[in-house]
Structure formats: C-alpha cells, structure tokens
Design a protein around this ligand. Structure first.
Ligand code: ZN
Length: 385
C-alpha cells in the first residue's frame, strides 16, 4: 500500500511543472528497517516501483556514525561506496539518489523533495532568509547554500536537531538555499498540506510572473531567417569539424517568447540569469552560457572566447533579439530541449526573486564543485538518454 502511495505521490509531483522540471527532485518512503529512495537518474513523472532503491537503514545509520576523509573527492567517493553497500541485495543496476542520507535523516514516513521555481524565488534571492522567516517563522528550517552530497545531509541533520532543541519541535519543511525544498510527513495528505501552504504563501508575495506567452505569428515569421542562420552556425561551431556524420552534429533547440526576448535584449538584461541558481541548472544548461550580439562573426568570436575561457562547449547560447538555443551534443535532442527548459526555469526564478531583493546565484566555489562532481555527471548522463 505504501509503495503504491509513494509511486503515485512521486508521479503527481513529478508531472506538475510548478514543482519539477527535467525529472529533478526525489521522493522516499521509510519504515524502521527500510528506505525506498528514488534511483539516481530516474524521472519522477513516470516512475514505478522499479525506479526506487531499497536501502537497509541499519547500514545507513552506520554511515552517520563513520568518519570520512576531509578531502572532498575522497570523502564523497567513500560515502558513495558505503551508500552502494547499503542497498539490499539484487539491485546492482541501481544507484540511490545523492540525497539518500538526507531522506534517511528526516523522521517521517514520506519525503518529497522538489525544486519549485516559486520556492527558489525565495531560496535564490538576496533577502531569502529574512523573507522565509517573515512568512513561515519556525515552521521553516533555512539551510544556507551547501555543496550537495554527504556534507549537505550532515548539515541538515545537525541543523534539524538544533532547531528541534530550540523550538521544542521539528520544522515542517526545509528550505535549501540555491537548491529547493524538502517536505516530510507521515502521510501523503500531510505532504500535500505543507506544500499547499508554502506555495500559496510565496505566490501571494511574488510581484511579477514571467511572460512565456507565444509571440505573434508575424513576429515569429520575421525572426525565422535569423533563427535558421544561427541554428546552422551553431551546428557547425559546436559539431566536431573533422566528422560530419549525423550523430556528431549537435541537436539545436530554439526557444523564444516575450520573457526570453527581454532577457536577451542586452548583456545587462542577461546578467540576472547569466549565473546558475541551482545545481540542476548547471547539470542541464551548463554553468556558463554563450551570449552573442548577433550571428555570423559575433557568434563565432563569442564561441571561440567561451571555449578558450572554459575549455568546453556551451550547452546553451543566447542571441540578442532571438532568444536562446539549447545545444545537445552528439545530436541529443532531449538534452538540447532540457537546456532551454532549465533556462526558462531560471528566468522564472529570476522574475520571482524581484519580490525578495533580487537574484542571488550560486557562488563560484559551489559552481566549481558541481562542475567537478562525478555524481552529477552520472545523473545528467542517465536522465538525458
Ligand atoms: Zn535536489
């Protein structure tokens, strides 16, 4: 029964774009002995029982008691090895979510973790912490930006205990700066009630909705020649020049609307979305975008500058007056589309942050951590297949 509830609550939140973009987020159900946690890379919207990993909670509690190397890379790979060893037998093809320990730490049967743009409107804003306190008081546990993995789980576990000591009861939900929200309850109805309250309260404070309406047909038709030209140029620039076989030509996905045109109107306008807000933005759209004033010479120059500065190809290009282009390496249509979807998510968050003092993107340290993190590369690889 409870697995059935877990699958259905996962799909329901997974299908709702207000909560989940690109299959991000994860869910779990636990008993005394077992934790069923979403496998890394499976998408919530279509998950079934096979999409969860069954973990032995006694082994997870040994991870809490163990000590790990101070070096980030050594620590995360040691913890990952212990997590893999905490799976019940017969699940060798599944990797538990990177947030498994955090799910284990929350003392409720159900946990639904998502990255809603509304919540991130607070969580990625300059006044975020104050705004969360004003809106929710002690109901909310605010966790400052923390690198994901073991450290985040430990930080939340310690902060949860301190909050409980101070206030006499646990928080209803946890707001992770530059990341998202964890909601835990003993029933699905309890999860829904908390989410509804949080989303309502933030929605009432938001001062501007992004304008993702379609452009008028004549406007789109007028842009089309320039869009086609940039598509072709990007395919050549981002493809591998020595090999023009179909699978080496990148997939290009163009997106435009009034909001994207406003953001790409100038490099100043683009600044509010030029830096990533959350790890998901980095995983799917890249930590840095290519911005060019026009196609042709300007695009080629911007591309060369990008590659020499960062040593890799962009996943998303923004062109003044045209909107954005997702770039899927090796012809991957899905990753090209996801790059534009995550960019729209960032644009939504940026609009919401206006009510809370303006945008606060991730720090360079945090960006570097995600760019170097093997776990996130695994997630991106599995979910864009
Ligand atoms: Zn997350």
């Amino acid at each position: 029964m409870s697995m059935h509830e877990l699958v259905s609550v996962s799909r329901r939140y997974g299908k709702d774009r207000r909560y989940v973009v690109a299959g991000g987020g994860n869910t779990s159900y636990k008993t005394q002995a077992e934790l069923f946690i979403k496998a890394s890379g499976s998408a919530l919207d279509s998950i079934d029982e096979g999409g969860f990993v069954n973990m032995d909670r006694r082994r997870l509690s040994a991870i809490w008691a163990a000590s790990y190397p101070a070096d980030e890379d050594q620590r995360e790979s040691a913890v990952l090895a212990d997590l893999m060893a905490s799976r019940y037998p017969g699940q060798d093809d599944k990797r538990p979510s990177v947030e498994t320990l955090l799910h284990d730490a929350l003392p409720f049967a159900f946990v639904v973790h998502t990255h809603p743009a509304l919540v991130n409107g607070i969580g990625c804003s300059l006044r975020g912490q104050d705004a969360a306190r004003e809106l929710f008081g002690d109901e909310c546990l605010w966790i400052p930006s923390t690198n994901p993995g073991y450290i985040l789980s430990k930080t939340v576990r310690d902060a949860y205990a301190a909050h409980t000591d101070r206030t006499g009861k646990g928080p209803s939900f946890i707001l992770l700066q530059n990341h998202g929200i964890f909601v835990a309850a003993d029933s699905v109805a309890g999860i829904d009630a908390i989410y509804a309250r949080v989303m309502d309260a933030i929605a009432k404070k938001v001062t501007r909705q992004p304008d993702f309406n379609s452009l008028p047909a004549e406007r789109l038709a007028a842009l089309e020649p320039a869009v086609q030209a940039v598509r072709a140029e990007l395919a050549v620039l981002c493809g591998s020049p020595a090999d023009t076989s179909a699978d080496k030509v990148p997939a290009i996905c163009h997106a435009t609307d009034p909001e994207l045109l406003r953001l790409t109107a100038s490099s100043q306008a683009f600044a509010s979305v030029a830096r990533p807000f959350t790890p998901d933005h980095i995983v799917y759209a890249g930590s840095d975008f290519l911005y060019a004033e026009s196609g042709g010479e300007a695009l080629a120059r911007a591309y060369a500058g990008f590659v020499s500065r960062l040593g890799r190809k962009p996943k998303l290009a923004a062109l003044k007056g045209l909107g954005v282009f997702g770039i899927g390496e090796g012809g991957n249509e899905k990753s090209a589309r996801l790059a534009t979807e995550l960019f729209r998510d960032a644009a939504t968050i940026a609009a919401y942050t206006e009510a809370f003092g303006g945008a606060k993107p991730m720090s360079q340290d945090q960006i570097d951590f995600i760019n170097n993190w093997e776990v996130e590369r695994y997630r991106s690889k599995v979910s864009t297949k």
